[in-house]
Design a protein around this ligand. Sequence first.
Ligand SMILES: NC(=O)c1ccc[n+]([C@@H]2O[C@H](COP(=O)([O-])OP(=O)(O)OC[C@H]3O[C@@H](n4cnc5c(N)ncnc54)[C@H](O)[C@@H]3O)[C@@H](O)[C@H]2O)c1
Length: 329
Amino acid sequence: MTLKVAVVGLGGIGNRHCQVYTDHPDAEVIAVCDILHDRADKAAERWNAKAFYSVQEMLDAGLPIDSASVCSAGVENGGDHYKPTMELLGAGIPVLGEKPISNRIHEAEEMVALAKEKGLRYGIDLNHRFTPAALRAKEWVESGRLGELNIVNMTMWINNPNESSPWFHIRALHPHSLDVMRYFCGDVDKVQAFFKKGAGRKIWSNVQVNLQFKSGVVGHLTGSYDAGGSYGLETLEVVGSEARFVLLDACEHLTFYPRRSQETETYDYIGGMMSFGETFHSRIGRWIEQSIEGVKPEEIDASGEDALKVQRIIEATIRSWENGTIESA
Ligand SMILES: NC(=O)c1ccc[n+]([C@@H]2O[C@H](COP(=O)([O-])OP(=O)(O)OC[C@H]3O[C@@H](n4cnc5c(N)ncnc54)[C@H](O)[C@@H]3O)[C@@H](O)[C@H]2O)c1
């Protein structure tokens, strides 16, 4: 089967989705849709697909669309996802949405609820966990190689001068970091956060968050829009009673440290994945695979529900800072 795909929102990221589907042997872009006509027209020509200027117009054309990517953006990079997602799900089309699912929690809840009501697959492009290195580390955790998990530390930072909203940094970047932390340690129970504005900045561009997971694991997130470059992108450390691992830059270097021996193991660029940019291929590739297999909506990796859970953690960090409290996620 070839998955026939529509891509909605043709900025840099929508075109990247188109590239991934076009490169994939089991997928084909048949429709592109953007309210900006020139973006839709240009993408239609580039990807050999039909152009539409609204989701409704695209649905009315009756094309055999199996799945749609929603790559709109909007306020805090997620404000526009609600409308096209609800229209597509309402018409019975499974959706792979961009992150953040929405920073308006009630909208995220409505999208997740509609997908559930319609029995549709709904995934989010939380791509940082879709690396061969993360998969290997996950196998170590699940096979008990780390023993009982105790601690998780995550650092994620980039240089981003965007000043569009006070909470832009935590809401636009940290769906990724928190999703990776949940992937290894499960649901979060409580959070406590401190924020700092970087020099000359108007927004809360630095953050330190303490997390308590439902499993009892204690975690910490360091985040910044005032770091990056030679500092790298992300560092994940998961510490168990028998061993710990450190995963650098999502896919690049994975090291296993046994607690009672000096014999470490290091793996570089597992599966040939060289950099974070390739995670668009692995994440969307997984969506294609799960769509063709016809997995149950609740089996989708990095689902809408997972994305909603990270947004709840993010909102709890903001309440914690504003109120000086420990908050439930
Ligand atoms: N997963 C990742 O690693 C990653 C990385 C960067 C960006 N992103 C996300 O990708 C998304 C898109 O980013 P971008 O930089 O391409 O944004 P962009 O603003 O350049 O493009 C968004 C496009 O969506 C269109 N649009 C908005 N509402 C629409 C609607 N209802 N119907 C049709 N078209 C609509 C806009 O006209 C615009 O052309 C954002 O949510 C961003 O957070 C994800």
